[in-house]
Design a protein around this ligand. Structure first.
Ligand code: CUA
Length: 313
């Protein structure tokens, strides 16, 4: 059975995944046995009771109690097993242990933001300690997204008007993928992120260091790192090619024309405003779909990003 699970599913890295996989395998195996049995019976009966001569007449059979009870009771038992098993698993998945470490998850078109208890924030990269329950409290800034980690066997809708929760306990150090599994617009297919499962000590160190980038790097290099880490590159290219948003290349000091007919020069204030209030000014030919980075990047980081954009002429 383990070979079957390994063949069909990605590695299981959640303490509750074994239960989920076992039930999944049970449903698959019983379904296959029933499919095979029914198919063989159909073929056999079709052959056995075929019309043998021109005056063969179909017998009139009204019902058969034994047969009808059998084909009602066996499926009933199977379905009740699936229900009981599934319900306990669901209850387990729905209630996080009290000592779970809590992470706030915000889905935005089209990135994932993670806020940790000490105020640290990360984008498109969720760090979690191994062998410890982690509870995610999730909401969306715009449309409905869905948070899915195949390795953990957990998936939950992320809604704009209420919180949804989900929990897991990662069982091995490594990297797993997070997908958005609710169609949410143009860049839906690129709305993925990474879970870094790390030893508790490493996780604590990372939390302490926060998301500060290397102070020794030149400002523009720090800016470049921030732009890639915050997922900006999904929509804004650095080589002049047009994406969901305007390219960063040639942006600095250029004349920007907006949808409302206004225009301005791309200076520090314009870039700052575009990061914190992206919909204040929409560049002609684009849709106002960028989420605000208020609370994600601080002033120092905005300065670094501006320095980086200045280098892309
Ligand atoms: Cu977010 Cu699909």
């Amino acid at each position: 059975m383990n070979r079957l699970i390994e063949y069909m599913l990605p590695p299981a890295r959640n303490s509750a995944a074994g239960e989920t996989d076992a039930l999944f395998a049970f449903i698959n195996i019983t379904s296959f046995i029933l499919l095979a049995g029914i198919t063989v019976a159909i073929i056999y009966f079709a052959w056995k009771y075929r019309r043998k001569s021109d005056d063969d007449v179909t017998p009139v059979i009204t019902h058969n109690n034994k047969l009808e009870i059998t084909w009602s009771v066996i499926p009933l038992i199977l379905v009740m097993i699936v229900f009981g098993w599934g319900f306990t698993g669901y209850m387990n998945l729905a209630t996080a242990p009290d000592d779970a470490y809590e992470i706030r998850v915000v889905g935005k078109s089209w990135l994932w933001e993670f806020h940790y208890e000490n105020g640290t924030t990360s984008v498109n990269e969720m760090n979690v300690p191994v062998d410890r329950p982690v509870k995610l409290v999730m909401s969306s800034d715009d449309v409905i997204h869905s948070f899915f980690v195949p390795d953990f066997r957990v998936k939950r809708d992320v809604l704009p008007n209420r919180y949804s929760t989900l929990w897991f306990e990662a069982t091995e150090v490594g990297e797993s993928i997070i997908f958005c599994t609710e169609y949410c617009g143009t860049q839906h297919s690129n709305m993925d992120a990474v879970v870094n499962i790390m030893p508790q000590v490493e996780f604590d160190e990372w939390l302490e260091a926060g998301d500060t980038v290397d102070e020794d790097m030149p400002a523009d290099e720090r800016g470049e790192a921030l732009v890639s880490r915050n997922g900006c590159t999904a929509c804004h290219s650095a080589d002049g090619s047009s994406g969901v948003g305007p390219s960063f290349s040639g942006l600095w000091d250029s004349e920007r024309n907006f949808e409302d007919g206004e225009s301005t020069t791309a200076d520090e204030n314009y870039i700052r405003e575009s990061i914190l209030e992206p919909n204040a000014k929409i560049v002609e030919g684009y849709d106002g779909v960028m989420p605000s980075y208020q609370g994600v990047v601080d002033d120092q980081q905005i300065d670094d990003i501006i320095e980086y954009i200045k280098t892309l002429d």
